[in-house]
Design a protein around this ligand. Structure first.
Ligand code: MN3
Length: 196
């Protein structure tokens, strides 16, 4: 069995002008595809390849001998989760259960926003900013490179890619502008709520 690239949940130009089709053609079409291809190459005929992607991630985490498998498997998972963390016409403050939980655990949407922006802006080098459920409480976290909440016993609700390839074609070095745009125009709260 081998892993395949899941379809994007929208057209490549659907997030424009905030994230352009040009960015998605590279980020989804080249980077995400490369993680899938590398993972399949590294797994070869190994039995691990018959497991779910989540199990491959859990079983390869924290062992230096399987670091390549972990990095590529986690990046396959992270990117699929990231595409779903955005939608055309998304962004702004959430409604419903997720809004209540954000109010309860952060003291309001503005406080959450500040923390999430800070996490994304201060992740040194490549990585991810997350909204996670950790021990029944919502938290903002950041991870380096391919690392992800699943490897830390947390449940991911939303992620934002802060590797340069996620924003450089549209925002160059302006990572804070990309982060603000993600929150104001793109974030998919329906997805976060479904993950609760
Ligand atoms: Mn990426």
């Amino acid at each position: 069995m081998s892993f395949t690239l899941p379809p994007l949940p929208y057209a490549q130009d659907a997030l424009a002008p905030y994230i352009t089709a040009n960015t998605l053609s590279f980020h989804y079409g080249k980077h995400h595809q490369a993680y899938v291809d590398n993972l399949n190459k590294l797994l070869g005929d190994s039995k691990l390849g018959n497991e779910s992607l989540e199990n491959v991630i859990k079983k390869s985490a924290k062992d230096p001998a399987t670091m390549g498998v972990f990095n590529n498997a986690a990046q396959v998972w992270n990117h699929t989760f990231y595409w779903n963390s955005m939608k055309p016409g998304g962004g702004g403050a959430p409604k419903g259960e997720i809004a209540k939980r954000i109010d309860a655990d952060f003291g309001g949407y503005d406080k959450f926003k500040e923390e999430f922006k800070q996490a994304g802006a201060t992740q040194f080098g490549s990585g991810w900013a997350w909204l996670v459920l950790d021990g029944g409480k919502l938290k903002v976290t950041k991870t380096g490179n391919a690392d992800l909440p699943l490897a830390h016993g947390q449940k991911a609700l939303i992620t934002m890619d802060v590797w340069e390839h996620a924003y450089y074609l549209d925002y160059q070095n302006r990572r804070p502008d990309y982060i603000s745009t993600f929150l104001d125009k793109l974030v998919n709260w329906d997805f976060a709520e479904a993950n609760l």
